[in-house]
Structure formats: structure tokens, C-alpha cells
Design a protein around this ligand. Structure first.
Ligand SMILES: Nc1ncnc2c1ncn2[C@@H]1O[C@H](COP(=O)(O)OP(=O)(O)OP(=O)(O)O)[C@@H](O)[C@H]1O
Length: 291
């Protein structure tokens, strides 16, 4: 019997899908047919729709994979319905950041990514949760959540927009105070890394592993403005490491307490919390992914 694949396409993700969602859908259909498989394709219509589509369809067939076609937001929405299930996640990374795909070394062009979907093997990776919200790449608070929120309100996507928003925010941004596991800290940013990067090859925790059952907690404390270019250079060249301003710790869980409900991000999606208590934990070996 032919293998069946379920594709969930986010027509609004990245910089190119929106211009050609039908073309991408046809290319996927043709490719799967040539490989002797069957493709069912859905387009998402808004935030959260990918999760609903997966939940509605997962038990309708024995899918060889359920494939997220988009960026980390789409991957997050599809993957959260696959945690602790046997059906593997496939990724056609056509978003703007593509952090999980980049960490996993997956191809970033449609043809090469489709080829990998058929030739790759299934690996079981860790996932994580922040106040029960699943994430697969990184989550956190501070500067990256602040920028993530501003970026989500921009009309254009991509690295150039992200950098421009980051640079503008950098000059006005005020560090935040939290308690991390009971210890008071003032931070520029606090990141919980399951995978090593935010996306766009911004490696906040270059040493992070998706297979170690641990989160890499990266704390960046306030630093002099001149240090910003050094930090950015290290971030994008995978050379961020412990320094006077940066520290790492491994943990299976963590508790953050804030004075005010903070803005957080999970896999780059901004979210204003309505609580001051943030619990983060790893879920070892909980997601099967085609790599
Ligand atoms: N039809 C749609 N119209 C508008 N937004 C959508 C639609 N379908 C899904 N979304 C939302 O689009 C958001 C962005 O998607 P996604 O993260 O995949 O793309 P991206 O931001 O370009 O990529 P990355 O996260 O890798 O930078 C997600 O929050 C998702 O829920």
C-alpha cells in the first residue's frame, strides 16, 4: 500500500510561501506521486489552526509522517499535537527563522527538503513546556520576547526586518528583574534552549542538544552598549560562550518568578502571560522527527 503523508501548509509564513501557496502545494503533490506515495494537503487559516487540523486528522489514517510546511510557529503548532504519539513530524522549512530545521541540519529548499522527507530516518527528540505550552526550539523572556512581539506586528518578515527591529529596540530596552529558582537576577534576556538557536542561525546555546534530556538555560545580564556588537557577532557565528555577562546552566526544569506578568516567547511566537510564575520543564524523548 502507498505511504500516506499529511501536509499542513501555512500560506502566511516566510517570505515566499504567501506568493505561491498553490505552486508549493502542486510541487508537493507531484513529488509525493513520483515517490509512489499519497499526499493530503491542508492550508492553515490562522493561529492555532495547524494544531486543530492535525488533531482532527491524525487518527484517520496511518500517516507515514505529518509534515509542517512553514516556519517555527507552524512546526510548533503541528508538533504539539504529535508529542508522545508514534506518528513522526516532517518539516519543510519555508519560514523566516527555521530554527528547529537549521538545528537538525534539514535542507531549506523545497525540493531538497522533500527528498530528505523520503530518505531521512526517524529520530526521537526532547520537547519542552513553559507553563504547559509546548516548545521545541527555544522559549524565554527579556529582550528576545520583546523583539519577538514587535517583529510579529511588522508587515514584512525575514532576517532583515528582524535585525532592524532588534537594533531599534536595543537602545530603549530596559533589563528585567526575575527570580530564577529562588535567586534574584537582573537580565537582558533569559532563554531556555531545547535546540540551540532562535532561528536564522542565531545560536543562543551552541552546545544545546535535542537528545540530552536537558534544557540549556542561557542568562545574559545587562552589559555595556559597546558589548552588543560583540554579542551579536558571537550569536551569529555560533561562538556565544560563558563570559562576564553570559552564563549557562543545564536543568530538567526551572521556576521563574517575575514582578509583573512578563511577555514571553515560545519558538519565536510572542505571548503576554497573565501570571508572574513561569515553570519550564523538559520532556525527554517525546517527539519523533524525520531528520
Ligand atoms: N492563514 C494564516 N494567516 C495568517 N497567519 C497564519 C495563517 N496560518 C497560520 N498563521 C500563523 O502564522 C504565524 C507565523 O508562522 P510561522 O512561524 O510558521 O512563519 P514565520 O514566522 O515566517 O517563520 P519562523 O517562525 O521560522 O520565523 C504563526 O503564528 C501561525 O499560527
Amino acid at each position: 500500500m502507498a505511504d500516506s503523508y499529511l501536509f499542513i501548509i501555512n500560506p502566511s509564513s516566510g517570505t515566499s510561501i504567501g506568493q505561491h501557496p498553490e505552486k508549493i502545494s502542486t510541487a508537493i503533490e507531484d513529488f509525493v506521486k513520483i515517490k509512489g506515495g499519497k499526499a493530503q494537503i491542508f492550508f492553515t487559516e490562522g493561529r492555532g489552526h495547524a494544531t486543530t487540523l492535525v488533531r482532527e486528522n491524525i487518527d484517520k489514517e496511518k500517516w507515514k509522517a505529518i509534515v509542517a510546511v512553514g516556519g517555527d510557529g507552524t512546526v510548533n503548532e503541528v508538533a504539539k499535537a504529535l508529542v508522545n504519539r508514534s506518528t513522526p513530524l516532517g518539516i519543510l522549512a519555508l519560514g523566516s527563522g527555521n530554527g528547529l530545521a537549521r538545528h537538525l541540519g534539514l535542507p531549506l529548499t523545497l525540493d531538497a527538503a522533500l527528498e530528505r522527507l523520503f530518505s531521512g530516518s526517524v529520530n526521537t527528540i526532547d520537547s519542552a513546556e513553559l507553563n504547559g505550552i509546548p516548545f521545541f526550539c527555544t522559549a524565554g523572556m527579556g529582550f528576545d520576547a520583546y523583539v519577538g512581539d514587535l517583529f510579529s506586528k511588522e508587515n514584512s518578515r525575514g532576517l532583515a526586518t528582524y535585525l532592524s527591529v532588534s537594533l531599534k529596540s536595543y537602545w530603549n530596552y530596559k533589563p528585567q528583574s526575575y527570580k530564577l529558582n529562588g535567586k534574584k537576577i537582573e537580565v537582558f534576556s533569559l532563554s531556555f534552549a531545547n535546540a540551540g538557536q532562535y532561528g536564522n542561525n542565531a545560536w543562543v546555546a551552541p552546545q544545546a542538544s535535542l537528545f540530552d534530556g536537558q534544557l540549556d538555560i542561557c542568562t545574559i545580564i545587562p552589559f555595556p552598549k559597546w558589548y552588543g556588537s560583540n554579542l551579536t557577532y558571537r550569536l551569529f557565528t555560533k561562538q556565544l560562550k560563558p563570559s562576564k555577562y553570559i552564563s549557562y546552566q543545564l536543568a530538567q526544569d526551572a521556576l521563574v518568578e517575575a514582578d509583573e506578568p512578563p511577555m514571553i516567547h515560545y519558538d519565536g511566537e510572542p505571548l503576554q502571560l497573565d501570571t508572574t510564575k513561569i515553570e519550564v520543564k523538559i520532556k525527554p524523548k517525546s517527539l519523533r522527527v524525520i531528520v
